[in-house]
Design a protein around this ligand. Structure first.
Ligand SMILES: Nc1ncnc2c1ncn2[C@@H]1O[C@H](COP(=O)(O)OP(=O)(O)OP(=O)(O)O)[C@@H](O)[C@H]1O
Length: 278
């Protein structure tokens, strides 16, 4: 899994290889290895504190791994020639200069990353920011700030998107919108990695699941396979629908399987040798 893949097999792929991050005595990420592939929405799931944000920060070169590495398109993030045009990310929607208008913020990002100015209008349109684009970002609701963060992520027309809890702060209409957008982005052939601590939310959107608990990999499988393997009992739910925004998977059994799996990991850790990890 951690070998160097031929360049053509790395296009759009995020390779996480034996990744570990310690903060002092605490282990936030513990020997994680998985691949995220293009053309589908991959859910990155785990309970609060499982290590999702820390892993995503290492993908973006914002945190340095204690050991192991991440490659995107076969390279560490810092060695990508045009990072914003390769990887778009939404980590902290609040990280915008509050005194600038949304449009000015996007223009500034475009200019400083050699991105064509016309992309600003395109992403404002795609994220529904039109009516507020000329307002100062400091006055935005959390939902609008989320949309601005997503507009910034899409600005460079990147092949890879990393979205950390993108539904946070969105109202029901916004949630349906982001779900549909993620499915469209995957259908365009992009790699979409979206973190959530709610399986019920992810179940409606993702094709593939990476589940972690206490920094360790618990599952890496398609949603159908995950359900078959971990759900407690067969359900009468019909086969998953595939149209954007529709009910894709029976959420309740998936939620139950997720709680069971992550619960087991907590039990295993606390009942283990003790003193290890966190
Ligand atoms: N800078 C830091 N210094 C110390 N500990 C940290 C730091 N960043 C994260 N941690 C710890 O690492 C662990 C993993 O945190 P992380 O934020 O990656 O989890 P998460 O899965 O994203 O959680 P959530 O769903 O709550 O956002 C937690 O125990 C957290 O307290």
């Amino acid at each position: 899994m951690c070998g160097v893949a031929p360049a053509r097999e790395s296009v759009g792929v995020i390779e996480v290889c034996e990744l570990t991050k310690r903060f002092g005595a605490a282990t936030a990420v513990d020997g994680l290895s998985f691949h995220v592939r293009p053309g589908r929405v991959t859910g990155f799931l785990g309970p609060n504190g499982a290590g999702k944000s820390t892993t995503m920060r290492m993908m973006l070169g914002l945190d340095r791994p204690t050991s192991g590495h991440v490659r995107i398109h076969g390279l560490p993030y810092r060695r990508l020639r045009d990072p914003l045009r390769t990887v778009g990310s939404l980590l902290d929607a609040g990280a915008v200069h509050g005194g600038r208008t949304a449009r000015a913020h996007l223009r500034w990002l475009a200019r400083s990353n050699r991105i064509a100015e016309r992309r600003v209008g395109e992403v404002v349109e795609r994220t529904g920011l039109g009516p507020v684009a000329d307002r100062r970002a400091g006055t935005f609701s959390l939902g609008m700030a989320q949309r601005l963060g997503i507009a910034a992520a899409l600005l460079g027309d990147p092949a890879v998107l990393l979205l950390d809890e993108p539904v946070n702060g969105l109202d029901p209409e916004g949630i349906v919108w982001i779900r549909t957008l993620m499915r469209e982005l995957a259908a365009e052939g992009r790699t979409v990695l979206v973190s959530s601590h709610l399986m019920s939310e992810a179940a409606l959107t993702v094709d593939h699941l990476i589940v972690i608990g206490r920094g360790r990999l618990l599952a890496d499988s398609g949603t159908d396979e995950f359900l078959a393997r971990h759900a407690p009992a067969p359900t009468s739910a019909s086969a998953p629908g595939r149209s954007p925004g529709s009910e894709r998977m029976p959420a309740a059994p998936l939620e139950e399987a997720f709680l069971r799996l992550t619960g087991e990991s907590v039990e295993y850790r606390s009942g283990g040798t003790g003193g290890e990890g966190r």
